[in-house]
Design a protein around this ligand. Structure first.
Ligand SMILES: *Cc1c(COP(=O)(O)O)cnc(C)c1O
Length: 330
């Protein structure tokens, strides 16, 4: 089986496990875990923010970011199939009492007009706009800097905070040749996920101002995400920063080759996702019969995701297996 369901399927490499095994550790909650402290220092710098906080998952990082910057009853605005709205189990409503408003948007890019239309200062205070880069449900699409700047500006004009869900920000950065801080500094807070293409078993970073990170600590305790010798996990993240970022362009090249090989336009592949139309809902089962596992992208669409554990031969096998299944679909 060639498994292209998700880039979360990566398993830690032997070298990553060795880095984890030899990590210097202490009690994170006493601020005495040197490896976690180093990861937080390094990612804050990389993202152009004052401070950063290590959390077990990017879901928790997103939820902590929302809770740190909103009051109950205010509005969360995002593209309608954004991760925080669709895949976080109602967390913004449960943890922060937010009204969740989704708007349709091309390539996941909420526009300034959408913000102006939804965030009415007369109807309540503040609020928060969540922007996702790369945008998962549109197929790993990248936000152009100017677009993100304009939408973030519209949010601020209405007194709303801006959170960037950059779970795959490094994919955007490597593909576009733009520093991650260029996007990250346009937002008040930013999440990075280490368990996608970066290949870690788990782990995420939330970055923002020192005051925001102080508030996020409250959620880290409240959600049960305050750890102890977390340096074992932070060591995997540090290893990934050194060894698994630059190589993301291999994943992107393989995704483009896969798209081309199955008759899709490779220009539509911006990072490590290939969006595969599935209008009749039978492609997933037919692909599985042919030996290829695909994931769900959005209604009517599947995804093939490349990552650290998908090699050139896997792409050859996937093309040979999928091309005949898709003749009448794409
Ligand atoms: C996977 C993902 C998350 C959540 O990551 P976890 O670490 O698995 O909780 C958040 N946002 C986006 C866009 C994601 O793709």
């Amino acid at each position: 089986m060639v498994d292209l369901r998700s880039d979360t399927l990566t398993k830690p490499t032997a070298a990553m496990l060795a880095a984890m095994a030899s990590a210097e550790v202490g009690d994170e909650q006493y601020l005495e875990d040197p490896t976690t402290n180093e990861l937080q220092r390094r990612t804050a710098e990389l993202l152009g923010h004052e401070a950063a906080l290590f959390l077990p998952t990017a879901t928790m990082a997103n939820q902590a970011a929302l809770r740190a910057q909103t009051t109950p009853g205010s509005v969360l605005l995002a593209e309608e199939r954004t991760h925080v709205l669709v895949y976080e189990w109602g967390g913004p409503a449960v943890h922060s009492g937010l009204i969740m408003r989704g708007v349709p948007a091309q390539a996941g890019r909420v526009r300034p007009d959408d913000v102006a239309g939804v965030l009415d200062p007369d109807l309540g205070p503040g609020g928060i706009v969540v922007l996702e880069n790369t945008h998962r449900s549109s197929g790993g699409r990248i936000w152009p800097l100017d677009d993100l700047r304009a939408t973030a500006g519209a949010a601020r004009e209405r007194g709303a905070a801006v959170h960037l869900d950059g779970a795959r920000l490094f994919n955007a950065s490597v593909a576009a040749g733009i520093e991650p801080s260029a996007w990250a500094t346009l937002a008040d807070s930013v999440t990075i996920c280490f368990s996608k293409g970066l290949g870690c078993p788990t782990g995420a970073i939330l970055a923002g101002s020192a005051a925001l990170i102080e508030r996020a600590w409250e959620s880290k305790y409240l959600f049960g995400g305050a750890m102890r010798q977390s340096g074992v996990l932070a060591a995997a993240a540090l290893y990934a920063l050194d060894h698994h970022v630059d190589r993301l362009d291999e994943d992107h090249a393989r995704a483009r080759r896969l798209a081309e090989g199955i008759g899709l336009d490779p220009a539509g592949v911006e990072t490590n996702f290939v969006a595969i139309p599935d209008p009749d809902g039978d492609v997933e089962a037919r692909a599985a019969d042919a030996g290829v596992l695909l994931g769900h992208l959005r209604p009517g669409w599947l995804r093939a995701v490349t990552h650290l554990d998908v090699g050139d031969e896997d792409i050859d096998v996937a093309i040979a297996a999928l091309a005949p299944q898709l003749v009448n679909t794409v």
